[in-house]
Write a new protein. Structure first.
Length: 132
């Protein structure tokens, strides 16, 4: 027996089933966003007029999943990861002949990230009685 290990000291906290579910959803969302970002032709029905709104919404959802999937990490880390993923997408798109990289797209990503971390997340953290 290893000293200190019989009470679980030094061991990582067990992951909850809900955290694992959010991690799986985060992986799925990350893959879906990459597919939409790198595919030569967007699926039928997706309007180019709403491109920036789509970016903002995708990164709002990504930020929420990232927050819920990594409960032990700070908001600054999560914001940096989400924004880094957006920058990576734009860097890859700059190398694809059928896609265009855009700082406006990255700004829309940042808008979605900010909407989650600076508006929705604090609202969700408020006690229910304060919201009514």
């Amino acid at each position: 027996m290893i000293p200190g290990r019989d009470r679980g000291e030094g061991m990582p906290a067990p992951r909850s089933g809900l955290t694992l579910l959010f991690r799986a959803a985060l992986v799925a969302a990350t893959i879906a966003i990459a597919w939409f970002a790198f595919t030569p032709a967007p699926p039928a029905g997706i309007e180019r007029l709403w491109d920036k709104l789509q970016h903002a919404f995708a990164f709002l959802v990504l930020s929420a999943l990232l927050d819920l999937a990594m409960p032990g990490r700070g908001a600054g880390f999560k914001i940096a990861v989400a924004l880094g993923y957006g920058a990576l997408i734009e860097a890859v798109q700059s190398q694809l002949p059928w896609r265009d990289a855009s700082l406006r797209d990255l700004a829309a990503d940042l808008l979605g990230i900010g909407a989650y971390f600076f508006a929705l997340r604090p609202l969700a953290a408020m006690p229910r009685r304060c919201r009514s």
